[in-house]
Each structure stands twice: as structure tokens, then as C-alpha cells.
Ligand binder design. Structure first.
Ligand code: AMP
Ligand code: MG
Length: 414
């Protein structure tokens, strides 16, 4: 909470740095795991530490196309006799003959009797006589068995989200399947009599329900299963029925709209009756109102209705909650310093997430400008942006030329 000395704080507003850890304390990681084939592991979260069963690479192999030989043999002559071939997947199986070499390709096993590879561009071939020009040091161009990992070394840690690189790493160590945490299910719906689903005509006073689609996009980024319950009218019984269906079938119930002070907003009233919900007023802009609690066995998050507010609160609050529930450790936020190129008007009191474009100026330094009008209903400001400028709670007007904190949109928001 804010100290009494902060004259411009709205009473009851909580700084997100205080509120978010309190919210995170109230959710637990799932313990349920399942085994999935590697081909279906993308985006999933590892439920166990994995060690390599193999040395990596599993055998000494060449990093170049060229000739493998024993460096000491060059003491007698730089010209060696070709004894055979080692191709990728087809090792040389002959005996060692003093003064010999084998033709070798990238990735092919380096025969045990040899210790060095010379790239072919630095050799001369005359029939079966190969001259090594300006040889490198012993071991040159040989990728040694176990140089990346030894059998038994830990490769991936429990709680790692499997991305493209991890897919490859898992295959490298021969893992055809992998134990991951169960996928969470998030049920979501929009509330508001003014909202119409896309594909229908708008009557006067109506708008399309956009939040359900930005939320759907965010849920897909979060790699959860979802249950889309559509638009629910501002009608107490319809909202009650939707909450019941959602909480019976999901780990998290997510709604947008109806958490601020509004005449036709029944959400609060019904949540009070059906679950244990707290209405948080967070010192962030956009996004002040946020409802959180338990609805049956499900976690409930009520996002504000304004389209930018709902995305920002999802990004700052719901995403970390989902990540914890999925079994991920706390994810660091990438924050950079950049020079602001346009002035920003701001009242002290809330942390502001201004939608922004981060780039480099001609001198190669990071610069950032806002995307223009920052109304919390203007979703195009999110679409134009590649980052947030984050202005601290007590910051006021910020002139061009100021150095500001910028959080680039990660994969989560793009
Ligand atoms: P509320 O939080 O319900 O008071 O809504 C705040 C503002 O966001 C109002 O202008 C609503 O029309 C708008 N709004 C609420 N839900 C949505 C939605 N799902 N899609 C687009 N706009 C919405
Ligand atoms: Mg509403």
C-alpha cells in the first residue's frame, strides 16, 4: 500500500509489484503429468529433469570435409597415403597404417587411430597421395566425443517450456516421448449487452466483442486448452449459469467486462454469491479494476472490459498466474532503457503501460515513441506497438529526450 506521504496516490490503489506477488501466492502449480510423444511436445512444460543417456557427440567426428590423419606422422613427410574413406553414417573400418590418412566428411567418425583433420582446401591430392599443407594443431577440426555433454549430465530442467530448440535437444538425446505437465483448461466469456459476436449485424449502440479474440490469442500463446463460452448478456441468471458451467470444466475462469462500477454490471454481485472473490484496484493504467478469487475449484480472473485494459491485465497478471499454474518458474521480464522521442503527458498515481514502437536511431541507439492516442479502448494502439513504455507510479509528464523503461513484446504478445 502507499505511504501517507504520497499525495497523488488514489486511496486503495495497490502497486502491481505488491499486488501481483499476493495473487501468485494464491495459485499452485498443477501436479498432474502425462507422457506425450516428442512430436506433440512443443509448448509443453517438462515435468522432470532430463539427463542425457549418451555422450554428445557420441563419437569423435569431423567438423570439416577433408582428411583425417595422425599429426605425428607428418614428422616424416607431409604427404600421406590414402587408406580409405569415412563418410557420415559409414565409418572407416580399416587398420592404421603409418603415414596414412582417410578421406573424411563432416559428421563422419574420426577413426580411433587418427587425431587431426585437415580441411580439404588446405591439401593437395595426387591420385592416392595427399599432401597436407600448413597443418593445424593436434585435434584440429575434430569434435570430441562428449565435448558438449557426458552421459548422465543434466540436459533439461523440470519446468522448462519446450520450444523449438528443446524439441531438437530432446531428439539429440534419443527421447521419443517426454513427461510434461497436464495442459490447463481456461474457460472464458465476455459480458455486456452491447457486445455482438463477429459474423452478425450490429444494431445501434452495439459493438463487436473483440476481447474474446485477443484473449483467445493470448491463451493460444500460453499453450492452454480453452473453452469459449461466448458473449453473456448482462443478465444475472445468464451470468450465473455461465460461471457454473465454466468453473465445472476449467482450471481457470476468465471473463472480461463488468468488474468496474457500472449500472448493469452484475458480475460482482453474482461472484460474491457463487465464490470467494476480491475486487482489486491496481495502480496500473490501463487496467485498474481486476477481480480475482476462487469459483468452485477454478481460479477466477475478471478482466476489465476496455480492450487494451484487458490485454494489459492479462499480460501483467493472468499470464504469470497461468505460468505458475502450468508448472513454469517465474519468468523474467525483459526491460530495456531507451530514449523517448515524443513527450508523454501523465498524472502521478498509476504505473502506465504506454503502447510504443522501439527502434534504433541512425547512431544505433535504442529510441522509443508512443503509438499515438493511448485510449484504453483503442486496440489499434496495441497492434501498432512492439513494446510497452513503462512509466513508474509517481512519474508525471515525461519530456522527449528522457530515458524510459521499455518492455519489448515477447512472443507472448505478438
Ligand atoms: P465494462 O468493463 O463492462 O464496464 O466495459 C468497459 C468498456 O469496454 C465499455 O466501453 C465496453 O463496451 C467495452 N467492452 C467490454 N467488453 C468488451 C468486449 N468483450 N469487447 C470489446 N469491448 C468491450
Ligand atoms: Mg460491461
Amino acid at each position: 500500500m502507499h505511504s501517507k506521504q504520497d499525495p497523488c496516490c488514489h486511496p486503495g490503489l495497490m502497486h502491481p509489484d505488491q499486488a501481483i506477488p499476493k495473487l501468485l501466492d494464491q495459485v499452485q502449480p498443477t501436479r498432474d503429468t502425462e507422457i506425450v510423444p516428442l512430436s506433440h511436445a512443443m509448448g509443453r512444460i517438462l515435468a522432470e529433469d532430463l539427463a542425457s543417456m549418451l555422450d554428445l557427440p557420441p563419437f569423435d567426428n569431423s567438423s570439416m570435409d577433408g582428411y583425417a590423419f595422425r599429426l605425428a606422422d607428418l614428422q616424416h613427410s607431409n604427404t600421406l597415403k590414402l587408406a580409405g574413406y569415412s563418410f557420415a553414417g559409414h565409418p572407416y573400418e580399416g587398420q592404421y597404417l603409418p603415414g596414412s590418412c582417410v578421406r573424411i566428411m563432416t559428421g563422419a567418425p574420426v577413426p580411433e587411430c587418427y587425431d587431426t583433420v585437415q580441411m580439404q582446401e588446405k591439401t593437395q591430392a595426387d591420385g592416392e597421395l595427399i599432401t597436407i599443407e600448413a597443418p593445424d594443431a593436434i585435434g584440429a577440426n575434430v569434435r570430441e566425443r562428449g565435448e558438449e555433454l557426458k552421459a548422465g549430465d543434466k540436459v533439461l530442467t523440470k519446468g522448462t517450456r519446450i520450444g523449438a530448440a528443446e524439441m531438437g535437444v530432446l531428439a539429440t538425446i534419443g527421447q521419443s516421448q517426454v513427461r510434461v505437465y497436464r495442459k490447463l483448461t481456461v474457460a472464458f466469456f465476455s459480458t455486456g449487452d452491447e457486445l455482438r459476436p463477429v459474423g452478425t449485424e450490429l444494431a445501434p449502440g452495439q459493438i463487436y466483442d473483440s476481447n474474446r479474440y485477443s484473449i483467445l490469442g493470448l491463451l493460444q500463446k500460453a499453450d492452454v486448452d480453452w473453452l469459449d463460452l461466448g458473449v453473456i448478456a448482462d443478465d444475472p441468471e445468464a451470468i450465473r449459469a455461465a460461471f457454473k458451467e465454466a468453473s465445472a470444466n476449467a482450471d481457470m475462469v476468465l471473463t472480461s467486462g463488468g468488474v468496474s462500477v457500472g449500472d448493469a454490471d452484475y458480475t460482482k454481485q453474482i461472484l460474491d454469491e457463487e465464490g470467494e472473490i476480491t475486487f482489486w484496484k491496481m495502480a496500473i493504467k490501463p487496467g485498474k479494476p481486476f477481480a480475482f478469487g476462487k469459483l468452485g475449484n477454478a481460479v477466477f480472473c475478471g478482466l476489465p472490459g476496455n480492450p487494451v485494459s484487458s490485454m494489459v491485465t492479462f499480460y501483467k497478471i493472468v499470464m504469470p498466474l497461468l505460468q505458475k499454474m502450468q508448472g513454469l518458474p517465474a519468468q523474467p521480464v525483459l526491460s530495456l532503457k531507451a530514449t523517448l522521442t515524443n513527450p508523454i503527458r501523465k498524472h502521478p498515481g498509476r504505473v502506465e503501460y504506454q503502447r510504443a514502437i522501439l527502434s534504433r536511431n541512425d547512431a544505433g541507439e535504442l529510441q522509443v515513441c508512443t503509438t499515438g492516442s493511448q485510449g484504453s479502448g483503442m486496440l489499434t494502439s496495441m497492434s501498432l506497438a512492439n513494446s510497452f513504455i513503462v512509466l513508474p507510479q509517481m512519474q508525471g509528464d515525461t519530456p522527449a529526450g528522457s530515458v524510459v523503461d521499455v518492455e519489448p513484446f515477447t512472443d507472448v504478445l505478438n
